[in-house]
Write a protein that binds this ligand. Structure first.
Ligand SMILES: Cc1cc2nc3c(=O)[nH]c(=O)nc-3n(C[C@H](O)[C@H](O)[C@H](O)COP(=O)(O)OP(=O)(O)OC[C@H]3O[C@@H](n4cnc5c(N)ncnc54)[C@H](O)[C@@H]3O)c2cc1C
Length: 382
């Protein structure tokens, strides 16, 4: 295979930055151009729902550090199209030729929409601007309605309770179960309720109000109102700019075991969908660790083709909420009662394994000092 001379990276966040750093770390001396739609240097989103929203951490602390000095960083530039035949990316600053392309355009917040109000301004939390806007709204609010009880929604709820707001979380399924499984999901929900957070499970949810939603109505007719309504209902991959490119795009850009989408093109992070051992369907894993793991493999695949190692996700993720520092690796949503490797889940400090300690497919550390690397090893050892 031919090593590219000019790699263009579309995306300005952790996946893009990790590809760029890996390329240079591997001794790649060709030209690298990084295009980021946001007009600010790469930053991490992780603290936006935690320390930044709580006001404990200044927004500037989220900066990830600059790419190597010889990388052309083009901020405020959006990729608008792709022609793989002529190896050209169309951008808001004109066409850009490439030999190697990295698709790292990530995802955006899913909006539920307000029937009858197509221009309604739904409050979401994805970007730093969103975080600052929400923080500002909270400073004038005494009640918050969070729509969606995944990691993000529950973190927002936890931070808002910490700020003394009256908080209600509404979801169409018990919050967290689809991520942590029902055993740990129930324990965290109990902690949330003890902290004064109201949790409502309803069959269907419709937002109400404009210009910003101020209430929701459930399918069974219950109405909930709050000073601030935040939607945390998942994310949508940023793939529209690839329309007509011929790449396989479903719920994300389809990639092979080395993150390749087409000759000379890789896709990484929240925008990429791949199959994994035990999960043959093309799925995205929208977590920080996955973005880093894929980015490293993709950079090696651009340089070494089939000689690059295959991507094997650790599926490591974490969340902090309601006094629970939860780290997990392996398959999400484990079923049944875990084997306790250490501690006691009822006291809120434990190391747990599913289905058993001999061949765990999922491990979770709850307020437990086990380092991430050990959690990953425990599930990889199978
Ligand atoms: C508030 C919040 C808290 C989180 N907390 C955690 C956590 O505790 N643990 C965890 O594991 N994960 C967490 N995550 C998820 C984690 O942040 C994401 O998985 C990670 O950001 C994915 O990185 P990425 O680079 O693939 O995509 P993104 O971070 O989405 O970055 C994509 C970048 O590409 C840019 N872009 C998009 N389209 C274009 C285009 N056409 N042209 C040019 N640029 C474009 C975007 O502006 C953006 O800068 C959190 C996410 C949020 C929002």
């Amino acid at each position: 295979m031919t090593v590219p001379r000019h790699v263009v990276v579309v995306g300005g966040s952790i996946a893009a930055l990790t590809v760029v750093n890996t390329l240079r770390g591997e001794g790649f001396e060709g030209r690298v151009t990084m295009l980021g739609e946001e007009p600010v240097p790469p930053y991490t989103r992780v603290p936006l729902s935690k320390g930044v929203l709580a006001g404990r951490q200044p927004p500037e602390d989220t900066e990830l550090g600059a790419p190597p000095a010889d990388v052309e960083l083009c901020l405020g530039v959006r990729a608008t199209g792709l022609d793989p035949r002529s190896r050209t990316v169309r951008t808001t600053r004109g066409d850009m030729p490439y030999d190697g392309l990295v698709i790292a355009s990530g995802a955006r917040a899913r909006r539920l929409g307000v029937p009858g109000h197509p221009m309604s301004r739904e409050v979401v939390l994805r970007s730093r601007t969103d975080g600052l806007h929400l923080r500002d709204r909270l400073s004038h609010a005494s009640s918050v309605l969070v729509v969606g009880g995944g990691f993000l929604g529950m973190e927002i709820a936890s931070t808002c309770r910490g700020l003394g707001k009256r908080v209600t979380v509404v979801d169409i399924a018990p919050p967290l179960d689809a991520l942590t499984g029902p055993y740990v999901g129930a324990l965290v929900r109990q902690a949330a309720e003890r902290a004064g957070c109201r949790i409502v499970v309803a069959e269907g949810v419709t937002l109400v109000g404009a210009p910003a939603p101020c209430a929701l109505v459930t399918a069974d007719g219950r109405r909930f109102e709050a000073d601030v309504v935040v939607t945390a209902a998942g994310d949508v991959p940023n793939v529209e700019w690839l329309a007509g490119s011929g790449l396989r795009v479903g719920r994300g850009v389809h990639v092979d075991a080395r993150c390749r989408a087409a000759p000379g093109i890789v896709a990484v992070g929240d925008v990429a969908a791949s199959s994994h051992p035990g999960s043959p369907a093309m799925t995205r894993i929208p977590t920080w660790t996955n973005a880093v793991e894929q980015a490293r493999i993709a950079a090696l695949a651009l340089l070494h083709g089939d000689d690059a190692p295959m991507y094997r996700p650790s599926r490591y993720g974490w969340t902090e909420q309601f006094g629970w520092d939860l780290k997990m690796a392996g398959d999400p949503a484990p079923a049944g009662v875990p084997t306790v490797l250490d501690g006691d889940p009822m006291t809120g400090r434990a190391l747990l394994a599913w289905p058993d300690a001999r061949a765990p497919r999922t491990v979770m550390a709850i307020n437990h000092p086990t380092p991430p690397a050990r959690l990953k090893r425990l599930v990889r050892a199978v």
